[in-house]
Each structure stands twice: as C-alpha cells, then as structure tokens.
Write a protein that binds this ligand. Structure first.
Ligand SMILES: [Zn+2]
Length: 389
C-alpha cells in the first residue's frame, strides 16, 4: 500500500499553461494513482521529472483523427502518431460505422496507449475506401444501427459523423444530413459534419445544426466555406457560433488554408477547436502531427493560450469530458503534454497549395498519459526554408 500523501510523480521547473483555469505560472504538478493532486504535494514525490524549459499543458486532445489502420484506407497507428507526438486523447472522426465499430474497439482502441474516442459514422461501413463515396448510395446509412451501437459503447462513442462533400453524398447533401441528424438527436450526442465540397451553402447547413454540433474543416478554401468571395465572414457563421455550434479546424490533406484561417482570425473568428485530421495521406505532410497544426494556428494569429485552450479544455467539452480531460486540476485524469518552443524556421505547407515559413514551433518533449510519463525525442517536421526566402 502506498502512502496517499506521497505522490507517485512530480513534474517541476516548467511553465504551466492551463487555459481552462486561467493558469499561466511556473508551478509544479503532482500525480497520484493516475490523477492530478494538489501541486503543494510535489516536494515529497516518489519520482521527480525536471521540466525546466518546458511549457506544461493538459494532455492534448485531437478532436479529428483517423486511427482504424488495417481496415480504413485513412488509418494510422495511434501510439506512433498521437501519443508519441504529444497527443494523449485522439478522437476518431467516423472511420468506423455501426458494423465495423466492434473491430475498431477490439483491435485498435483496446490495444492503444493513446486514449481513443470515436464519432460513429452514420454509414454502417464507415470510411473504408476512397473508391466509392460512403453515402453515394443511401442504403449504406442506418440511423437505427448507429443508435444501437452507440448505446452499447457509451464510454467510447461520443457522437455521430457525416461527410457532406459531393464525393461522398452526390449533389444533394440533405438526405444524408437528415439521416445523421436522426441518429445524433435520438442519442442526444453531437453531430460532426465534414463541409468541404458541399453543394449547398454553409448557411443552409448551419441552420440545420444545434448547440454542441461540430463543423469540421472550418478553414478550407473550396466550395461552401465560411468566407464570402470578398473575404468577409459569412454572418451565418457568427450566428451559429452564438448558438453554440463548434467550429473545428480538421487540417487534413486539403482542408486548411493559411489565408482562410488568417482572414477569419483577423475578423474575430478563431476556431473553437484545433484538430489535425491526421491520416495516412497527410501524416508525411502537409499535416505531420497535431503539434505542427498548433504551431500553424499561432502563426496565423492566435495566442498561445487560445491555441492550447482549443486543443485541451475546448475539445474535452465538445466530447463532454470536461473536467475529466483537458485540465490539470486536482482530480482530473493525469494526462499532460510538455512542449519545448523552438525558433527554428520551417517551410510548412497548408492543405491548399501554399507554403509559409513558420518561425515558432511547438515540439513535444514529454507526455504523461494516466500518470505514466514518456520522454519524447524532438521531431521538427517539414524542410528548412530555402536560403534567401
Ligand atoms: Zn477526417
């Protein structure tokens, strides 16, 4: 029996940034039994990690990833690409549907050290192939099966996913949205909607969504975006945010444009959540990982505290795990990420054909998942910019 007054682990010497509680101070962190405890206990811990030079934040939550490797063409290994890159909680965005979810849980979620949640696709097969759009034929959609599966796995399934691009649903997104809504409304869970290449205006979609629903790929530069052709923010987006609709980055291979992000942020419209949409076709660039996505959003005008909020307490509350995750408060799950900030210039592509030189890079060096610490080798993605640029 260990003495409950003696923490298992203390992390000292770092700068603690916990935006959900308005904390930005040099503090110690103490952990006992996989939970944070009062920082005052840190002095007597069984093990101490010196985090001098690191910024310590709640374990990163990446709200949009694809982790069903071996089954979905998008799937990547969660621990190599999430935990070992500073992400303690990854949310899979619809790789599995009702019929493929049991395998996802058994063969991926249960074997991973990364904490994984899932949005369940309303298409029963999920997102297996890019050869056929998953809801080009609506017979693949089953709200009834989605509802049944989500009720069997309430600890892991946190919402419903649908993609409304013409490649997935054809020219009319309305029937697929209606079926997905049916499932999410009956479950009382958020609906996450992929908006790129939707053949209806964003104002139409936003009028169909309610509080807590999530628009992902919010800074894409294709059809159906949040900016009018003159660059002004669509007033429907501001009204939707006021109603509690969540705007998520979902960087992806072709879903994030520096120019759209910068223009929206300058008009007072930063994203609510910053996520990577990391998958097999973008992990070697342009996305690389969640930390690089965070660096890009700072580059586009968000403050460090805003960006950390958008990958900690904000996504935790979007999946209704606020308090448990995304916080360093005593009693929360002991998930933590420690960053080093490097001013080493990198030429980083967005998902819209532009490359910009990003000067400040957040490089994860320490990750703690449920009280277990892992030291990370520094990875700085992307090439150095060409001389003279
Ligand atoms: Zn995605």
């Amino acid at each position: 029996m260990t003495d409950p007054a003696i923490p298992d682990l203390a992390i000292t010497g770092g700068r603690v940034v916990d935006p959900g509680r308005g904390v930005d101070d040099p503090l110690s962190v103490a952990i006992t039994g996989g939970r944070f405890t009062a920082p005052g206990d840190a002095g007597q811990a069984a093990e101490t990690i010196d985090a001098s030079g690191l910024v310590l934040v709640p374990g990163l939550v990446d709200l949009h990833t694809h982790l069903y490797h071996g089954v979905s063409h998008y799937g990547i290994d969660p621990d190599a690409n999430c935990l070992r890159r500073g992400v303690t909680t990854a949310v899979d965005a619809g790789s599995a549907g009702a019929q493929t979810f049991p395998g996802f849980r058994r063969f991926v979620i249960e074997g991973a050290q990364t904490r994984i949640f899932a949005f369940l696709h309303v298409a029963v097969q999920g997102m297996i192939t890019n050869l056929v759009g998953e809801l080009e034929d609506l017979r693949w959609a089953s709200p009834a099966q989605a509802i049944g599966r989500a009720r069997e796995h309430p600890d892991v399934i946190v919402g419903v996913k649908v993609r409304l691009g013409y490649q997935m649903v054809g020219n009319d997104p309305e029937p697929a949205l209606r079926l997905a809504r049916q499932a999410s409304e009956q479950l009382g869970l958020p609906l996450m909607v992929h908006i790129i290449d939707m053949r209806k205006p964003i104002s139409w979609l936003l009028s169909q969504l309610g509080e807590g629903d999530i628009v992902t790929h919010c800074f894409h530069a294709s059809e159906g975006g949040i900016l009018a052709p003159d660059g002004r923010l669509d007033p429907a987006a501001a009204r939707a945010r006021a109603r509690g609709i969540v705007f998520d980055v979902g960087h992806g291979a072709g879903s994030f444009a520096y120019r759209v992000a910068r223009t929206a942020i300058a008009q007072g419209f930063p994203p609510d959540t910053v996520s990577s949409d990391l998958h097999a076709h973008n992990v070697a660039g342009p996305v690389y990982d969640q930390a690089t996505t965070l660096s890009k959003l700072v580059h586009c005008g968000m403050s460090l505290a805003e960006v950390i909020r958008a990958t900690t307490c904000a996504p935790a509350s979007a999946i209704r795990r606020a308090g448990e995750l995304g916080s360093l408060a005593p009693g929360s799950a002991a998930d933590l990420t420690g960053f080093e900030f490097r001013t080493g210039e990198r030429a980083l592509p967005d998902g819209a054909g532009d490359t910009e030189v990003v000067a400040a890079l957040a490089v994860p060096r320490l990750v703690v998942r449920a009280g277990q610490a892992h030291h990370l080798d520094p990875v700085t993605p992307g090439p150095e910019p060409p001389a003279g640029s």
